[in-house]
Write a protein that binds this ligand. Structure first.
Ligand code: PEP
Ligand code: MG
Length: 754
């Protein structure tokens, strides 16, 4: 086997010169293939570029028939080149023609060649094309040669990614800049058009080829050493205060930092003439390609760990300041991240954020809750999102249909822009209704209140014209914090909430944790059925210290103002009575210590456990008010997990069984003179809310975006006519049927906006 005359270092130097020449992109590419062929002593060197229509096209060749350039094309999974593109792994064969995937292209004159080596052109784990060399003999390519060709491939990847080759194919663009549409899960409703801002920006390595390899090796070693010491320090700190779980994670990272294979490959890449940054990226790119294709979640997590580690080394090399800080956002920013905590999202300037795209995170994740509170459209479960786009790429987040469009084509962009205009017009119409009281055409007044959980939500009170806060979920403060909020912090938040809402009433719910609402700093309980487990008021009654601290903070924060407190997940009247006794005790304590108590302190129970339906008269007598938590009530009534997408929408809250339950609460509440509000999602959906008005409900609490649509519905109905329709329909319904079609037809016939 002939040895390469100059070795990879010389080749890289030549390539650097070629890159600097003021020639056309095609001429540069033609020059590059000649240089590579000469350096690795091959008769053939060819570059295939993946186009945006998923076709691999021959862009340049030395050795094959030049007429075939821009003519030879194959599907992305066709032939040996397609195989390399698909697997994103190098392929070396001493006799290519014997390989089952070999596909013969007569126009290239390939029949004369036997040995074949191809490597993928990768960037951030994505295949952009394939680089091949071929020989007439049946030669065996060495590991070093494969490695050297991969290093060389980086230069070509950068050329493609920079957009330089865009337009060289006569009828398509390159895949590197292609439009991508991916479907995910909606975390927060809305549509956002803007430009990609990577939450953890990928560092763009500008200088690939080293001037001085010895110096680059020292830089790499120093960076690795610094990362190792930082991890050691973390492990040591973790030993003192971390959980067993976090220690385990850190130990794994430490193990990787000493991984011989990983270190050797980076050192080899520097040895072959790359800068330290380029060497890290070169190895990281292979790793990412494997990560994208890895289906085993455990192995994928480990590759993620390795990727994180490479990021750390990279940051050491380029300096932390080059990474960019939250807050320095361009206008119309759409954040793209693998995952994100709620606090990190709050660090960004919300006025400039138009959307959020995540690889991981469900609708109940804390970051989703914060995105909703901030009104930022968000979509998650977009696999490999951070690698699919570059900073500054145009992107659309469709938080209605659950899609993300990266580098959208003009038609897609125009249709979304139109959708945004329509939505804005509708919002304007709703805004015009802001100060119009929500009264039905037959004079029934409906109270529309807000659901909130963070201080930022309170801004929506003025914006929407809501009458007050019908449900303030106090657990959010606990969920977004790094540690248990102190009594003083709780009191400060409640005070701020009461101040921000001025004269408008606020109903504050005591901590509803457990189930799916886990606090990161509380020991996690292993429960078979967490939704049915130790949660909400059950924790409050069993560990009264937590509840007492919260109640005391609330009472102190009220400072003479009226206060409405409600308890979540009440299953028996006795639980409510016991909770009330704790409030009474706290009041007495504060009174003794000279605090001003609320002028009016009302205590309510949430109706979300079906057992309360069978004690409805008693609870309506005991409580000052009731609030229907329909999200949980439906979950328990129909035995469907509200977070399980497979079953969550299986039963209709407008079916007879549910409607009977709702009617019972409305009627018995009214009979006992006990005000009832509906604060689950159902109250925010115009058609469903219309049904509830027909059943007798007069107060609803909902997300800010729902106030306008629900008010528009209220203004156009006659409550008595809806009630009549419901009476008739329920009388003749068979069990299991839903009233939805009849209600929808009714709304349509009368022009009710739903
Ligand atoms: C409900 O269950 O309907 C409710 C309002 O409470 P949460 O969604 O917070 O459980
Ligand atoms: Mg609930």
């Amino acid at each position: 086997m002939p040895a390469a005359p100059g070795g990879p270092r010389l080749l890289l130097r030549r390539l650097r010169e070629a890159m600097a020449e003021p020639v056309s992109p095609q001429a540069r590419l033609d020059r590059i293939v000649v240089l590579i062929a000469a350096n690795v002593v091959a008769e053939v060197c060819s570059v295939y570029v993946l186009r945006d229509d998923n076709v691999l096209e021959l862009f340049a060749t030395e050795g094959l028939n030049r007429e075939a350039v821009h003519l030879t094309r194959m599907r992305a999974d066709e032939g040996l080149v397609g195989l390399i593109a698909k697997t994103a792994e190098p392929l070396a064969l001493s006799d290519a023609q014997q390989h089952p995937a070999f596909s013969y292209r007569p126009e290239t004159g390939e029949e004369a060649f036997h040995a074949f080596l191809g490597v993928p052109l990768l960037r951030a784990g994505n295949t952009l094309g394939v680089l091949t060399v071929q020989n007439k003999t049946y030669r065996v390519y060495s590991e070093e040669e494969i490695e050297a060709l991969q290093t060389t491939a980086m230069v070509l990847s950068e050329m493609i990614a920079s957009g330089e080759l865009q337009g060289l194919a006569p009828d398509a663009g390159t895949a590197a800049r292609r439009a991508i549409s991916v479907r995910g899960t909606v975390l927060a409703e809305g549509i956002g058009l803007g430009y990609v801002v990577l939450h953890e920006p990928r560092i763009v390595v500008k200088t690939l080829i080293a001037e001085n390899s010895e110096r680059e090796m020292t830089r790499l070693e120093t960076a690795i050493e610094n990362v190792r010491s930082a991890i050691d320090a973390l492990v040591e700190r973790g030993d003192k205060m971390g959980t067993a779980e976090s220690r385990e994670v850190l130990e794994t990272v430490r193990m990787f930092a000493h991984d011989k294979g990983w270190l050797r490959r980076m050192r080899e890449a520097v040895g072959s003439g790359l800068t330290a940054e380029a060497a890290v990226e070169r190895v990281q790119s292979d790793n990412r390609a494997r990560m994208v294709r890895q289906s085993d979640p455990y192995l994928r997590d480990r590759l993620h760990d390795l990727d994180d580690l490479a990021n750390r080394v990279m940051r050491e090399l380029v300096g932390h300041e080059a990474v960019g800080l939250p807050g320095m956002l361009p206008e119309n920013a759409i954040l793209v991240a693998r995952s994100m905590g709620p606090a990190a999202l709050l660090d960004y300037e919300p006025g400039r954020l138009r959307g959020l795209v995540l690889e991981e995170g469900g609708p109940t994740s804390h970051v989703a809750i914060v995105a909703r509170a901030l009104g930022i459209p968000a979509v998650s479960e977009i696999e490999n999102a951070a690698a699919l786009c570059d900073s500054g790429d145009a992107i659309i987040v469709d938080g209605v249909g659950g899609e993300v469009h990266v580098r959208p084509g003009p038609e897609v962009e125009a249709s979304y822009a139109e959708m945004v205009r329509l939505r804005a017009r509708r919002q304007e119409q709703y805004r015009a209704l802001r100060d119009v009281p929500a009264i039905t055409r037959d004079g029934v007044r409906i109270g529309l209140h807000l659901n909130a959980g963070l201080l930022v939500d309170l801004g929506h009170l003025v914006e929407t014209g809501a009458e007050g806060v019908g449900l303030f979920r106090t657990e959010l403060q606990f969920m977004v914090a790094q540690r248990m909020p102190s009594a003083a912090e709780q009191q400060a938040l409640y005070r701020a909430v009461l101040t921000a809402s001025g004269d408008k009433p606020v109903t504050i719910r005591t901590l509803d944790i457990g189930g799916d609402k886990i606090l990161p700093y509380m020991p996690k309980l292993e429960e078979e059925n967490p939704a049915l487990g130790w949660r909400a008021i059950r924790i409050g009654l069993d560990r009264p210290a937590l509840l007492r601290v919260q109640l005391r903070a609330l009472l102190k924060a009220s400072d003479g103002h009226p206060l409405k407190i409600m308890f979540p997940m009440v299953a028996t009247v006795d639980e409510f009575v016991r909770a009330r006794a704790i409030v009474d005790r706290e009041k007495a304590h504060l009174r003794r210590h000279g605090y001003t108590l609320p002028v009016d302190c009302q205590l309510g129970a949430m109706v979300e456990v079906p057992s309360l339906l069978f004690q409805i008269d008693e609870i309506a007598r005991e409580a000052d008010f009731l609030s229907v938590g329909s999200n949980d009530l439906m979950q328990f009534l129909f035995a469907v997990d509200r977070e399980n997408r497979r079953v969550a929408d299986r039963f209709d809250p407008l079916s007879v069984a549910a409607m009977r339950a709702f009617r019972l609460i409305a009627e018995r509440g009214a009979a006992a003179n006990c005000p009832v509000t509906v604060c689950g999602e159902i109250g925010g959906r115009p058609l469903d809310a219309m049904a509830l008005v027909g059943l007798g409900f007069r107060n609803f609490s909902m997300s800010p975006a729902a106030i306008g649509p629900v008010k528009a519905m209220v203004l156009s109905i006659e409550a008595a006519a809806v009630a009549e329709l419901i009476d008739t329909e329920m009388a003749r319904m068979h069990d299991g049927d839903s009233l939805r079609p009849a209600l929808a037809a009714f709304a349509k016939a009368r022009g009710v906006p739903i």
